[in-house]
Structure formats: structure tokens, C-alpha cells
Design a protein around this ligand. Structure first.
Ligand code: BG6
Length: 500
């Protein structure tokens, strides 16, 4: 099968605010390197780091190179990525600008850099702490840097976008004061994952799915993002954030939207994002009591991850020893529209769980039992469609089949497709598509203002309800959340689909 030819993105000045942070070295620079390796960056692309620590162009490039080499060395030859010649060519296009994000002089220097380059196009990537988002954007606007007379001007805003509905609305208002929606690229890195994009493609390119994709045949949907890592070095950020804000209105709702949205009229940005906004907007806003009843918060205590002993959350660096922040959350949400009314969506995510697994399990209504009354089969199990986002990416239907032999006995079998069996994928960070799309002006995989606000609107009842109620329940590291998370489903006579 031939792969469609993709053109290199147009020339541009790509300013990376927060150039010395983790995101730039761990993800953005490797993604840019991969795009360049694949011939998808124009020779006129300039990458300019912006941060307050003084450094020269070559020092910044050398620092990035050192980090990428260290990473290669740490992979012990399993995923050596950096090719010397390719890197040397890219390094020539890397620059650095020392400047305080709050100082007007920084923006004058940026304007000067743009003037000194042949292309007037610019992308401003805010890889900074979220407290700078509004200030940087206002200053870009005031300096005339968002004026598109000579070329395009776009701003990429990283997550977290707000910390509740009010702050997300305020941030949107601030951005939209100085530029149009078309210039804003709100990132959710889950949308850069091939397997997440594949949900839409599989749903809408295979006629069979639509036939049963509704409340007549689907009993409920489970969305799980289980992580084995703890909070690592992010204690200070995470303790003020928690699992709900960190994962639900963004990543988990993106997965929910991909599964639950109506078919868009086309795969263009407006059509796709309108359908997503509609379905997220149709999530029922719970009353305080219902929000408490339909949510479980957990926090990991000391335990074992495999054979390794790991500390509890409250003993992690830069975490309050009396913290009540949740590191696990399980929720039940309902979507009040024609397709989904009556079908619960159960969401759960947590740190320090037993395995790393992001998956969607779609549970179908069981077949009627009548034919099996006079057999040894006691009950029919429901079928599941499991869409595994990571690791071991793929899709599996589990079905029941007759076990060979004279008796009528049933066994679960799987019909499936694993990505690795069909496609050879180059190492990638997940940011390649997102950066390329931003450079080429395709907003489909970015969040529109209403997508973000609807997400916060749906989680706000939980945030409000937890303010003065809803204790965090302990779970030992290495377990899949507190027992109350199981009860959330047993109450509805359901169980979590086993993860892993
Ligand atoms: C980030 C969260 O947005 O997503 C992290 O802030 C989380 O806490 C991460 O670990 C999960 O991403 P992935 O791609 O590893 O599933």
C-alpha cells in the first residue's frame, strides 16, 4: 500500500517559550528532529528558544544535543535516534533569545528576530508554567506580534488550560481579546496519539460499527488511564491539581468524545470540533449529592510496584504531608442525547496502579439466554470491544465460542488487531503530528474554546462537591484504586474490565 506524500510545512519562526523546561527537551525537540528526519520541515524553519537564563544560540543547541544523546545512551542501544549529520543540519537552525516573559524588551527582540529572517510566519509555543499564559499572550498582542498582515501568527497553549470553569473562561477571553480562534492551538497531547486518531477513522470507515454503536446494543462504556508512575518530580504542581483536573476534562474527555460523538460532516477542524463540543456539552451536570455519589477519590499509600517498594503520595518530594489531593479518580457520567441516554460512561485514572494501560472497554448488552436454558451454560457473558490506546496498541473484540467436545461449553476468545502486527512505526513522541498540523494550519487535533469550556463545565460539579465533602480513600501503590471504585460499579451490577 502506498503512503500518501506529505509536503514539508511552510517556513516559519517557531518560538519556544520556556525553552529550558522539560517539555522542550523531552518532547518538542525530539519531535522536531523526527519531523526534520522525515523531510517535513522547510529549510526556512527557525527554532528559537526563549527563556530568562542567559545563553547563546550555540549553547542552547549544544544543551539540547547533550540531552538527546544522554537519552540515546540511556536506551542502551534499543532506540538510538540521533543521526549526527541530521542533527548538525537541524542545529544550524536553532537559536536562543534571553528574555523575561514579562519584559516588553523581550517582545521587541522577538520582532527583531522575525525581521532578520526571510519568513514573517511565526508560531509562539507556550511551554511555560500556566501562570505566564495570559501575560505572554497580552504582550505578544501589545507588541503587534499577532498581526497577520505579513504572514501567519499562531499561539500554541499547553495544558493545563485553566483549573476550573471560571479560570478557563477567563483565559479564553484573554486570548480572544488579542487574536482570533483561528490563531489559537490548545494542545491535548492525547490527540497526537495514533491510536486516539484511529478511533475516529475506525468508527467512521467501517460500516459495521455504526449499526450497533448506540444505547440499543451498548450497555456501558469504561475509559481507563492507569499509570504505574507516581508524581515523580512534579509534586508541587500535582498537589495543587490532582487526578481529576490533570486527566479528566482533557485526556479522558477526548477519549469519551472520540467514542461518543456523532459522525462529523467532514474530517475538517470545524466539523470535528463542533461534534465534540456537542457531545461533551451533553454530559449531565450532576447535583452536589449525585456528584458525590458518582465519584470516588483515591490517594496511594506506600506499596510495591512489581518487586520495588515505593513511597506513599504524602511522602513524595514537595507534597504536603497532610495532603488530601487525589491521585486516583473514578467517575460515572451520563450523556443526555438520543444515542447515549441510559448508557453510563465510567471513567477512572490513577497513578501507581498495577499496570500502565490506557483503554476503552465498550460493553455490549448480553444476548438473550433462552436457547441455553437446557444446557450446562449458566449465563452468557457480555461481549466487550477493547480499544487499547497504549501500550500494546490495537483493538480486540471478545466473543464466546463453543469449546470443542461433546458438551456445550463456552470459552472466551478474541478477535483482534495489534498495531505492531500491521504497521511499522518510526519512534515518535506523539508531538510530531501536532507540531506539523500547527505549522500547516490544521486545527482539527486542537481544542476549540467551547471544547475546553464544556469539559470544565462537566467536571465542575465534582470540584464543587468535593470542596467540603468526599474524603480521599487510600489504596496501596500497585493496586487499582480503592475498593470504593469497585463499589461504584457493583452498585450498578457491573464490574471493571480487567486492565493490562
Ligand atoms: C499529562 C499529565 O498530561 O499526561 C500527567 O499531566 C500524565 O500526569 C500524562 O502522566 C499521561 O500521558 P501519557 O501520554 O503517558 O498517557
Amino acid at each position: 500500500m502506498s503512503t500518501p506524500q506529505i509536503e514539508a510545512a511552510p517556513p516559519c519562526n517557531l518560538f519556544l517559550f520556556g525553552a529550558n523546561g522539560d517539555l522542550v527537551k523531552r518532547l518538542l525537540m525530539p519531535a522536531l528532529y523526527n519531523l526534520n528526519r522525515d523531510g517535513l520541515l522547510d529549510k526556512g524553519l527557525r527554532i528559537i528558544g526563549v527563556d530568562h537564563n542567559a545563553a547563546s544560540d550555540s549553547e542552547f543547541a549544544a544543551r539540547l544535543e547533550a540531552f538527546m544523546r544522554e537519552r540515546d545512551a540511556a536506551s542502551q542501544g534499543t532506540s538510538k535516534c540521533l543521526d549526527d549529520k541530521l542533527w548538525a543540519r537541524l542545529a544550524k537552525r536553532i537559536g536562543y533569545l534571553t528574555g523575561d516573559f514579562l519584559d516588553e524588551a523581550t517582545y521587541q527582540a522577538i520582532a527583531q528576530r522575525i525581521r532578520s529572517n526571510p519568513s514573517a510566519n511565526a508560531v509562539f509555543y507556550l511551554a511555560t508554567s500556566p501562570r505566564f499564559f495570559s501575560d505572554v499572550v497580552q504582550r505578544l498582542g501589545a507588541a503587534g506580534l499577532l498581526d497577520e498582515t505579513d504572514g501567519f501568527r499562531r499561539v500554541v497553549v499547553e495544558k493545563p488550560f485553566g483549573s476550573d470553569l471560571a479560570s478557563a473562561e477567563a483565559l479564553n477571553a484573554c486570548l480572544l481579546k488579542v487574536m482570533s480562534e483561528k490563531q489559537i492551538y490548545r494542545i491535548d497531547h492525547y490527540l497526537g496519539k495514533e491510536t486516539v486518531q484511529n478511533i475516529l477513522v475506525s468508527r467512521f470507515s467501517n460500516g459495521l460499527f455504526e449499526a450497533f454503536w448506540n444505547n440499543h446494543y451498548i450497555d456501558h462504556v469504561q475509559i481507563t488511564a492507569a499509570e504505574t508512575v507516581g508524581v515523580e518530580s512534579r509534586g508541587a504542581f500535582y498537589d495543587g491539581t490532582g487526578a481529576l483536573r490533570d486527566m479528566v476534562p482533557n485526556h479522558l474527555f477526548q477519549l469519551l468524545a472520540m467514542v461518543a460523538m456523532e459522525p462529523p460532516a467532514a474530517f475538517g477542524a470545524d466539523a470535528v470540533r463542533s461534534e465534540k463540543a456537542k457531545v461533551i456539552g451533553a454530559i449531565r451536570p450532576w447535583s452536589k449529592n449525585m456528584a458525590l455519589k458518582n465519584s470516588v477519590r483515591g490517594q496511594y499509600t506506600a506499596g510495591k510496584q512489581g518487586r520495588k517498594k515505593v513511597p506513599g503520595y504524602r511522602d513524595e518530594p514537595r507534597v504536603d504531608p497532610d495532603s488530601h489531593t487525589e491521585t486516583f479518580v473514578a467517575l460515572k457520567v451520563m450523556i443526555d442525547n438520543w444515542r447515549w441516554v441510559g448508557v453510563p460512561f465510567y471513567l477512572r485514572t490513577g497513578k501507581r496502579m498495577s499496570v500502565r494501560d490506557t483503554e476503552i472497554a465498550i460493553c455490549f448488552k448480553p444476548a438473550p439466554y433462552a436457547q441455553f436454558r437446557d444446557t450446562e451454560v449458566e449465563r452468557l457473558k457480555p461481549n466487550y470491544l477493547k480499544i487499547q490506546i497504549q501500550p500494546n496498541e490495537g483493538m480486540w473484540f471478545d466473543l464466546q465460542a463453543k469449546r470443542p467436545g461433546p458438551a456445550l461449553a463456552m470459552e472466551n476468545v478474541e478477535l483482534g488487531f495489534a498495531y505492531k502486527d500491521f504497521f511499522k512505526m518510526q519512534p515518535s513522541t506523539g508531538y510530531e503530528t501536532l507540531i506539523y498540523d500547527c505549522l500547516t494550519g490544521d486545527q482539527t487535533l486542537f481544542q476549540r474554546a467551547d471544547n475546553i469550556e464544556n469539559g470544565w463545565r462537566a467536571v465542575q460539579p465534582f470540584l464543587d462537591a468535593w470542596k467540603d465533602a468526599g474524603e480521599v480513600q487510600p489504596y496501596a501503590a500497585g493496586e487499582d484504586g480503592p475498593t470504593a471504585a469497585d463499589e461504584l460499579l457493583t452498585r450498578d451490577r457491573r464490574v471493571w474490565h480487567p486492565i493490562g
